[in-house]
Design a protein around this ligand. Structure first.
Ligand code: DQA
Length: 142
């Protein structure tokens, strides 16, 4: 199984961005942990990070033919990107939405996800484990 993993804007700053909220791990460390977990499941992953909405849509489009499923942390785009929402829907990719923090317990604007309706599941508030659970879920589901 091939799983595409996309991290949205500002996640390149992990490790120095609000570590009390997002943890101490850097993006390369998070990606290494995702790759290790995926290897344990026998899953191939392609992992990307972008700060740009259009780039994320291009990455989704380009990699959709390869991918059986998608794990996406849309970061701030979670809360307002109908463009990313529409791309996931249009590409018919079975998707899991993930968040390091618990968006349901933070500022009101973070409690809304416009991405959730086009995903099979949402994992939040467990740091890197949110990604691991998404991989586990998609592997069992598909
Ligand atoms: C986030 C939560 C978002 O609200 C925020 O904009 C992020 C990261 C998370 O992983 O907890 O950039 O998606």
């Amino acid at each position: 199984m091939n799983i595409l993993v996309i991290h949205g804007p500002n996640l390149h700053l992990l490790g120095r961005r609000d570590p009390e909220i997002y943890g101490q791990a850097t993006l390369p460390q998070l990606n290494a942990a995702i790759k290790k977990h995926a290897a344990g499941l026998g899953v191939k992953v392609r992992i990307f990070q972008s700060n740009s909405e259009g780039k994320i849509i291009d990455l989704l489009t380009k990699n959709a033919p390869w991918a059986d499923a998608l794990v996406i942390n849309p970061a701030a785009y979670t809360h307002y990107s109908y463009a990313i929402r529409d791309a996931i829907e249009a590409l018919c990719l079975p998707a899991a939405e993930v968040h390091l923090s618990d968006i349901s317990k933070r500022e009101p604007f973070r409690r809304v996800s416009v991405i959730k309706p086009v995903c099979l599941v949402q994992f939040k508030g467990e740091g890197p484990v949110s990604y691991f659970k998404a991989l586990n879920y998609l592997t069992k589901k598909l």
